[in-house]
Write a protein that binds this ligand. Sequence first.
Ligand SMILES: [Zn+2]
Length: 302
Amino acid sequence: MSSPGSKSVFDAAPYVRSGAHAFLLFGTEGAPLKETAAAMSALWTCEDQAATMPCDECPPCRARRAGGLVDAQVIEPMGNPPILGMEIVNEVKGTRADNFEGVPLRKFLRTRPMVAPKKIVSIHDIHRANKSAANALLKTIEEPPDYSRLVLTTTSLSSVLATIRSRCVCLAVEKVSSPAVAGVPEWGHIARDEEETEHLELLDQLLEKSVSSEHGECIRNGHLFRKWADEWRERRGLSARQGIADALTFMAEWCLAKTPESHDNLNATLSAHRLILGNVQEGLVLDVLFMQWAGTRQALPR
Ligand SMILES: [Zn+2]
């Protein structure tokens, strides 16, 4: 967010330090709403409450980077069509509620933070909240505990209950045109700054190498890929699994751009992506994937 060279996300630090309890981030499709919410959450949970960037070293920062900070919770709509139901605010019984893996907002905010200075709830696509959830949420926004902070995001500001809008600090988050990544136009939307562009260029080189390497090198390629994903995870403040899932998405896009003739590579990548999201052991998935990828370039008509 406020890292050097980052132009995409506005500087949230002054808002984070303002003492306001509830924020509503809005922007068009593709705007970095989730990233901004994550950046704000990172600032609130860092022990250095005056910092303009999370220190990344204090216990809550370390827990966040490892994907296990108990004081921050992210809630997204679920189901088809995706809905934010009452279960996100209060405990309810029923099929939908049983599928909700988070802690209902009220319960979550009832106790003080355990590690971090603040307790954060981020709720994405708040325009997908049904009436009962939106009304229940309103009460929490009106009487928030001192230590709580709430970040809501939406791509449809006008669909958010007016009473919610009026009780939040509303901030516009703009979509940014990002620098192009060499040879992979599909990646144009990803990089938020030059550092990320450079990082993606490394992935491009690694994938280029992987399709034309010997089978003996595939384990090493898989290892380098994990290392790449790990750096990406740190950069974006993701969980380890999300880092790899992101990298596999980029890899699938790379296939479409660079080897459109090879459906096998694309399919192998997409199925690895599914397995990662399904909690299958990542080392195994990547070893198999890079084994499938190795040597496919020679077989392709160039
Ligand atoms: Zn910190």
